[in-house]
Design a protein around this ligand. Sequence first.
Ligand SMILES: *Cc1c(COP(=O)(O)O)cnc(C)c1O
Length: 370
Amino acid sequence: MTNFDGNEKKSPRVEIDLEKIHGNTKRLKDFFDQRGISMMCVTKGVLGSPPIARAMVEAGVKLLADSRIENLKRIRDAGIDASLVLIRTPSMGKVKDVVKYADISVNSEISVIERLSLEAGNQKKIHGIILMVDLGDLREGILPRDLGQTLLKIMPLTGVKILGIGTNLGCIGGVLPDQAKMNQLSSIARDLEQRFNIRFDIVSGGNSANYNWVKSAGDIGRINNLRIGEMIFTGRETVDYARVEFLETNTISLAAQVIEVKEKESLPRGTITTDAFGAVPNFADRGTITRAIVEIGRQDVLISGLTPVGDMEILGASSDHIVIDLKKMHVQTGDEIRFHMDYGAMLSAMTSPYIEKIYLNSPHVLEQQF
Ligand SMILES: *Cc1c(COP(=O)(O)O)cnc(C)c1O
């Protein structure tokens, strides 16, 4: 791997392989394109990292989406050429920034849409709206029976334009985005289009959890967009977490230095009470083992989402330490241990100010963005 900034020995660090992210974006985009579905790339898992956003745009993606307006601002300020979509329904207090930094937002409350329209007028803009429809996952969204009424209220507003509808499944309620749910969204779209004599540009059927449906769907109906984040980074679909054969896994990995290696017993000595986080630990007796400590902890990363590379095992973690059973691996103090990360671990590691972010394999990225 090529290193562009000479920082590769900073620890702890995440290494972000822009070439892999670019490749995954391109192959997924082709996969969805062939089925008549456009892809918004969701950057919230990587804090709206401009180098990553740029790699996605270079792969041909026209829409970038994030749940945080701060992340969209970061992308906008970096001068990246894409339409920006806010995919968490905006709060009243952020309406000004939403209009300023996002071209489009998803919405479910008429009171917020009215404010967006006013603010867009002030900023001499037309703000795009995607109306979220709740199909049973019970997070954001207008109930299907209330959609007509909401549309009637939005149509006279001059600062906003309805671009389409969308739904989000597989999040809070864990509802599977299956053919029945997608048929329902399609028929809602068709019905509204007919009743109001409009045409939706965007009918956004969901997120990475929709991959299996797209793969096997005979009829995608009116669904013509998905908002995809996780699987670009992990190379796995998010229902069964199976590997997607044409994607790279581990586009982002974590490395941290070992600060102690000692042979110690596997069972704590003394009266056992609660650990640093209020739980009573329970360790298996493996006799004497070689224990390594790495300089990273729960303050930095979701430990349950880490898999050390090599035959070793995480025994436990506190705020600033992870303790590892090295088994037969030869590791010394000063060496590094590398970890693969699931999406939750990646999200937390990207958010930790203590972890350096190093970009690999891009000719464009010459400086740290964090
Ligand atoms: C996070 C999010 C997505 C992307 O989900 P992934 O599982 O990362 O693909 C899509 N839509 C909304 C509304 C989201 O909040």
